[in-house]
Design a protein around this ligand. Structure first.
Ligand code: TPP
Ligand code: MG
Length: 340
């Protein structure tokens, strides 16, 4: 298995049944998850220090995103993410420097040259479709990507992510209906964190599992523990293989928890009991996966320390790089906005 490496981990590979993931793969998964978490935490620090206007977080979603990412091939598959997918885009090749340039609205931001809000990922180079702000629009875009891939007979899978709140939008249902009729190579990945900003799931829909929606479109729908990257990887691999075989789309619901407020502009204490948040800490995917790997002897304390210091160095570098980078030139304000 070839996977993009976050920074180089010297681990011997050993096949682990039944997922086919080697020890090296598991450690790489952990490093991506820890990198995403640490980068996210730094972004909040910069926000609270008044340097970054807006942050939207992946904290709590890391295992779901990395488990999914490892089932994909960034060189040929297309990622159609939503704003929480920091860990996924890092796996597809977006760097911490790129993320910081976007966060601080600098000219070098590869997603929008400092014009869009942070969290609006997009990179032609890395096969990441540009994110649109209205929730669930990306689900239709991914369906279009899959339709194009089928027409061109390309071995491409379109992978799109959406929150559970987004699955109550009409766009979501139109996309699933169309994709299923035409057996398109697309996977719909729902990161169910139980809230759509302040609205709990029971006020968003009358079902317990979003996966149940798949039955209405005659496609497989599964619910997985989104705090376990290996469980997500197994479900994702099955869906991706099905799509590659030409058998059509699948829906995967990963149950996660959102450890931060909706965004840096939200105060979750107005609608979420702090005790609920504390009780969910035992489900912290990064801490849990680290503990599991240590317990299984897949990761050593020394290796973990090396990973953490490498991550800190990467994040310090990215922060300093972006802080020193120039803002967009005001004379280029209308560039890429109006045609001539
Ligand atoms: C069509 C549309 N309606 C409302 C919004 C405002 N909005 C942004 S994120 C969000 C919540 C989405 O919740 P969910 O889909 O569960 O994703 P989560 O943020 O929980 O990951 C809302 C209502 C929007 N961006 N687009
Ligand atoms: Mg949600």
């Amino acid at each position: 298995m070839t996977h993009h490496d976050p920074g180089g981990v010297g681990t011997e590979a050993r096949a682990t049944a039944p997922t086919g993931l080697s020890d090296a793969d598991l450690v790489r998964m952990y490093e991506f998850m820890a990198l995403a978490r640490a980068l996210d935490e730094r972004m909040w620090l910069l926000n609270r220090a008044g340097q970054a206007p807006f942050v939207i977080s992946c904290q709590g979603h890391e295992a779901a995103q990395i488990g999914a990412a490892f089932a994909l091939q960034p060189s040929k598959d297309v990622l159609v993410p939503y704003y929480r997918d920091l860990a996924m885009v890092l796996y597809f090749g977006v760097t911490p420097r790129d993320i910081m340039l976007s966060l601080l609205a600098r000219r070098g931001d590869p997603a929008s040259q400092g014009r869009q809000m942070p969290g609006h990922f997009g990179s032609r180079r890395h096969n990441i479709l540009t994110t649109s702000s209205p929730v669930a629009t990306q689900v239709l875009h991914a369906t279009g990507v899959a339709l194009a891939a089928k027409y061109r007979r390309e071995d491409t899978v379109a992978w799109t992510c959406v929150g559970e709140g987004g699955t109550s939008e009409g766009d979501f249902h139109e996309a699933l209906n169309f994709a299923s009729i035409h057996r398109l190579p697309v996977v719909f990945f729902v990161e169910n964190n139980g809230y759509a900003i302040s609205v709990p799931q029971r006020k968003q829909m009358a079902i317990e599992n979003v996966a149940a929606r798949a039955a209405g479109y005659n496609m497989p729908g599964v619910t997985v523990d989104g705090t376990d990257p290996v469980a997500v990887y197994a479900a994702a691999t099955e869906a991706v293989e099905r799509a590659r075989r030409g058998e059509g789309p699948s829906l995967i619901e990963a149950k996660v928890y959102r450890f931060t407020a909706h965004s840096s502009d939200d105060d979750d204490r107005t609608y979420r009991d702090p005790q609920e948040l504390e009780a969910q800490r035992v489900r912290d995917p990064v801490a849990r996966f680290r503990a599991t790997l240590l317990e299984q002897g897949v990761l050593s304390e020394e290796q973990d320390a090396a990973i953490r210091s490498r991550i800190t160095a990467q994040i310090n570098d990215a922060t300093e790089f972006a802080e020193q980078a120039p803002y967009p030139d005001p004379s280029e304000l209308t560039l890429h906005v109006y045609g001539s």
